[in-house]
Design a protein around this ligand. Sequence first.
Ligand SMILES: Nc1ncnc2c1ncn2[C@@H]1O[C@H](COP(=O)(O)OP(=O)(O)OP(=O)(O)O)[C@@H](O)[C@H]1O
Length: 550
Amino acid sequence: MSHQPPGALRQLLGLLRPFWPTVSVATLLGMLGGLSITALLATINNGLHNEGGLQQGVVLAFIGLCVVALLSSICSDIGTNYVGQHVIAALRKQLGEKVLAAPIEQIEQYRSHRLIPVLTHDVDTVSDFAYVFAPLAISLTVTLGCLGYLAYLSLPMFLLVLVAIGIGSVIQYAARAKGIRGFVAARDAEDQLQKHYQAIAEGAKELRIHRTRRQRMLNHGIRATADGIRDTQVRSINTFVIAKSLGSMLFFLVIGLALTLQSMWPANDKTVISGFVLVLLYMKGPLEHLITTLPIVSKAQIALRRIAELSERFSSPEPHLLLENAPGSSGQAVNSLELVDVTYTYPASPGVEPFSVGPVSFKVQPGEILFIVGGNGCGKTTLIKLLLGLYEPSQGHVAVNGQAVVASTRDDYRQLFTTVFADYYLFDEVIGGEQAAPDDAQKYLARLQLAHKVQLLDGAFSTTDLSTGQRKRLALLNAWLEGRPVLVFDEWAADQDPTFRKVFYTELLPDLKRLGKTIIVISHDDRYFPVADQLLRLERGRVVAETEPA
Ligand SMILES: Nc1ncnc2c1ncn2[C@@H]1O[C@H](COP(=O)(O)OP(=O)(O)OP(=O)(O)O)[C@@H](O)[C@H]1O
């Protein structure tokens, strides 16, 4: 993927905007440092040709210039580092917020193996740039100061240097264009590598018991991708290195040319040629620094493009999604929960007919248990994502207490639910309802037959190193601790042993029902279907049977 949205520079400027006073002062100080160094060079050059060496006044000026150059470059460095680190922190926070606020469909489509490298690798690359930013500014101002001094010394020689810099810039520009193409290809391959890493971490067990797959993963996956990245990076860096060496040689050519011209056309003032050589030799350092930093700048540019692409993808955050200082749950009582003629269609992908669910209507009330049943892939999870307000219906609406859920109320609406998805994520910390006392937790842990394994310490589980079924029981603990009115379980019992499965359907669900909870269960356990007050059977996204309480 080498899609390149145009917003990289705009994004960088946007991030720098709050720090413009510091950036301006740091840049001005950097320029002052650069100019002081140029003035020092001029003083040294004059001193070289002055019979009596440096006069007392000049010595004081020399010391003054040293102090100014030292202090201004230190302060400029500190200022730009401060800004750089704040920009990185702002970027990290901004990206985190974007992911937290992005519609679920967008996150599902982006894929985690592409998301994580942007949040880690690309932000780190921009952070590398933050460290070179200050020296870069100083090198640039020293180079400009030196050029100014050269122009003051001799206009023809200054023009000669400008021509040389022009030739050098063309070489650098060509090298940079070639290098950037390589860096973009390498960055694309990084996503692929991340996908392989994810596979070897999450599929460790499967790979251990399948030699052919393991070897294929190693040879065609990790080795081939890592070697590909290495070769592309080596080629790109080599291009920069050759261009840098050519540029370096250009300096000596210009110095040689100037000395030759001088012997052909001797200058009256010896300070001109010595100053010229002195400045050029000094300028070589900062100018080379500028050139060697080009790869870092190019990489930062690519990273910024990736970040801008992610920002653009996630640029339509859910409106009214409260990220700060909002109450944990909406506190609203639920008298009824309804889906009214709801339909939803997944975005089309090439060559595949997009899956649609609906139109579906149902109503469920407190103290009721609704089962959603049907074969694999018939749309049960999609339906509960619609019910939970994670997907917005293409048509129809979801209503609570007869009121349609709209964008401004959707986040509050979601706080009515405690959910255990089939692919749930078990957080270490327990963020319980206000009434969640540790005594209660201990009681429920015992009920879930986990009291001998897990304890609640400082609001976190003492361990989550448990069996699959035990981890899922731990996820269920939230059903009590959060105290929310609607509970949704997506194939919760699938990983439980027959005894505890029975406990779930015949004891825990009825207990929760008695507490007045509204309960929605996705289930394949047909022997427990009678537990349900309502049963909704789906087939290819359509409701084919609905059973209401007698
Ligand atoms: N993110 C997605 N993008 C596109 N299509 C999707 C996406 N997620 C699911 N689908 C499609 O929607 C269909 C229904 O998926 P869903 O997860 O709702 O089924 P399910 O009834 O819960 O299945 P199971 O019992 O296997 O969990 C699937 O056939 C799948 O192709």
